[in-house]
Ligand binder design. Structure first.
Ligand code: NAD
Length: 295
């Protein structure tokens, strides 16, 4: 079965590599030519457009930055739908709004193309290890048909509900990640300002009630190593917090903590840190407090 992959970025590249290793003939498309060339050297086949890719593949995976890019990739003149074939399946693994996913699924359905939302959690490490958590929304038969492919990419695969349900839970998860990351940055800077050693803080809080994924995954490997290469970019988490805010507005629900966390990410973006890992929000607090947590 020919598989297509669009979006060979921080996440997409290791995911695509796992599909090549699993012996799927893999057709790829990305606007970043060096990323494409790298995958071709590893056995993937490059396409000149999403349209050409759709003409060659039964299953197509998207791992793109945001909904606007996903929508153009589908509906553009050289887009997937222009080359679409009845019976094929598009799996959008990007983190996007469920409303956009439902619009794209409806367009695909006109051409009898199956559409599934399957955003992920687990970061670049999980993508490389094939251990992502995958949150799936869509028709059961379409989801079951692509399960072997999802199992190459992830370890825990949850079929959450109908189309858009995977996107909805991903928004909830990343609301928590954003709040926790902003909180970790604030707390570690307070600790250093109080005279504590960052290593000691990490060791103790990891075993205490203040622990979180953001603390464990981002302190030792990113903050303390002064390494902010994404990872998961600040621009992308800002987008995910915006998705949470939009969702809440539609439901007439306040999200004060998410709003505050989003402003912390906005401060980091304003400092030019948008392409750095989310752990780089610590630089905002370090500057305000006049101390450095990083070594
Ligand atoms: P990234 O920016 O590293 O990669 C995106 C890729 O898409 C790049 O290679 C880029 O060149 C390509 N691209 C952009 N516009 C394109 C277009 N018009 N046509 C074709 N290719 C295009 O982003 P990432 O970190 O890999 O994240 C991808 C998605 O996964 C995002 O929606 C993100 O929110 C989500 N996500 C990321 C992580 C993470 O830890 N990085 C974790 C979970 C989910």
């Amino acid at each position: 079965m020919n598989v297509g992959f669009i979006g060979i970025g921080a996440m997409g590249k290791p995911m695509a590599q796992n599909l090549v290793t699993a012996n799927y003939p893999l057709y790829i498309y990305d606007v970043n030519q060096p990323a494409v060339a790298d995958m071709v050297a590893q056995g993937a086949i490059a396409c000149n457009s999403p349209r050409e890719l759709a003409q060659n593949c039964q299953v197509i995976i998207l791992m793109l930055p945001n909904a606007a890019i996903v929508e153009t990739t589908l509906t553009g003149e050289q887009g997937l739908l222009a080359g679409g074939q009845a019976g094929q399946t598009i799996i959008d693994m990007s983190s996007v709004a469920s409303a956009s996913t439902r619009r794209m699924a409806a367009l695909a359905q006109v051409q009898q193309i199956n559409y599934i939302d399957a955003p992920v959690s687990g970061g670049v490490t999980g993508a490389a290890a094939g251990t992502l958590t995958i949150m799936v929304g869509g028709e059961t038969t379409a989801v079951q048909a692509v399960e072997p492919i999802l199992k190459v990419l992830g370890k825990k695969i949850y079929h959450v509900g109908g189309i858009g349900a995977g996107d909805s839970i991903k928004v909830v998860n990343n609301l928590l990640l954003g709040i926790n990351m902003a909180a970790v940055a604030e707390a570690l800077v307070l600790g250093v300002k109080s005279g504590l050693d960052p290593q000691v803080m990490l060791e103790i809080i990891k075993e205490s009630s203040g622990r979180s994924y953001a603390l464990e995954a981002k302190t030792a490997n990113f903050i303390l190593k002064n390494n902010f290469a994404p990872g998961f970019a600040i621009d992308l988490e800002y987008k995910d917090l915006e998705l949470a805010m939009e969702t809440a507005k539609g439901l007439d629900m306040p999200l004060p903590l998410a709003a505050m966390a989003q402003q912390v990410f906005a401060m980091a973006k304003a400092k030019g840190l948008g392409r750095e890992d989310i752990s780089a929000v610590i630089k905002v607090w370090e500057e305000l407090a006049g101390v450095q947590v990083r070594e």
